[in-house]
Unconditional design. Structure first.
Length: 214
C-alpha cells in the first residue's frame, strides 16, 4: 500500500512539474511564434522589393530605382535574416539579434545547423529563446563598454548538438544547490530551469557557470 502511494505521489509530482513548465513557457512560445512570423514577413517584403526593382531595371528607369530605394530604405526591417539553414532557429536568432541591437549589445552568433533537424524544433527553439532572452536581460544590466553576447551552435558527430552561450553581467549572482537564482523574483531562474527540463527530457546535459574575467 505504501509503495503504491509513493509511486502515485511521484507521478503526481512529475505531472505538476510538467504543467508548471508548460504554463511558464506559454509566453515564451508566443514570442517564438511572433519571431517566426516577423521573419517570414521580412523575407516576403525583401522579395517584393527585389521584384519591383527588377521591373524598374528592365525599364531602364534609373531615377525611379533611386526614388524607390530611398523610400524603401527606411521601411526595410533591420532583421539579420540569416544565421543558419533551419528557418525556425534562424528566425529566433534574427529576433533576438534585433533586440540586442536595439539595446546596443554586441551580438555574435555562429550557428551551424542544417535545414532539417532530427531534434524537435519547438523544444530547440525554446532552449535558444530562454538562453538568448536571459543573455539580453543580463547584458542590459551591464555597463555599455562591457556588454557582449557570443553564441556557438554546432553538431558533434551524428547525435550531439553543442550549444555555448556567453554574456556579461554586472549584477549580483546568487546560486543555490548549483542553480542560479532569479534576479527578478525569489526562487530559481525560470529560463535556466526550463532549459534544464527540456534537455533532461531529450537525454542531454547542460552546465551553467560564472567567472570574474572581463
Amino acid at each position: 500500500m505504501f509503495l503504491i502511494m509513493a509511486v502515485s505521489l511521484n507521478r503526481n509530482a512529475r505531472l505538476q512539474q510538467e504543467n508548471h513548465f508548460l504554463s511558464l513557457q506559454q509566453e515564451r512560445y508566443e514570442n517564438l511564434c511572433m519571431a517566426i512570423e516577423e521573419a517570414r514577413q521580412a523575407r516576403h517584403d525583401i522579395r517584393h522589393h527585389f521584384v519591383r526593382l527588377s521591373a524598374l531595371a528592365e525599364q531602364g528607369d534609373i531615377e525611379k530605382i533611386k526614388e524607390y530605394l530611398s523610400a524603401a530604405t527606411g521601411k526595410i526591417s533591420d532583421y539579420n535574416l540569416h544565421f543558419c539553414e533551419n528557418q525556425a532557429v534562424d528566425s529566433v536568432f534574427g529576433y533576438y539579434s534585433t533586440l540586442a541591437q536595439r539595446e546596443n549589445i554586441p551580438f555574435h552568433a555562429m550557428v551551424s545547423l542544417p535545414a532539417d533537424l532530427s531534434i524537435d524544433e519547438i523544444n530547440l527553439c525554446l532552449v535558444f529563446s530562454n538562453l538568448l532572452e536571459n543573455a539580453i536581460q543580463a547584458s542590459v544590466k551591464t555597463v555599455p563598454a562591457r556588454r557582449k553576447i557570443n553564441v556557438e551552435v554546432y553538431p558533434h558527430h551524428n547525435h550531439l548538438l553543442l550549444i555555448h552561450v556567453e554574456n556579461t553581467f554586472d549584477g549580483k549572482i546568487q546560486q543555490k544547490n548549483n542553480i542560479f537564482q532569479s534576479s527578478k523574483h525569489s526562487g530559481n531562474g525560470i529560463g535556466i530551469e526550463s532549459v534544464r527540463h527540456i534537455i533532461d527530457k531529450n537525454g542531454g546535459a547542460c552546465s551553467f557557470f560564472c567567472s570574474n574575467s572581463s
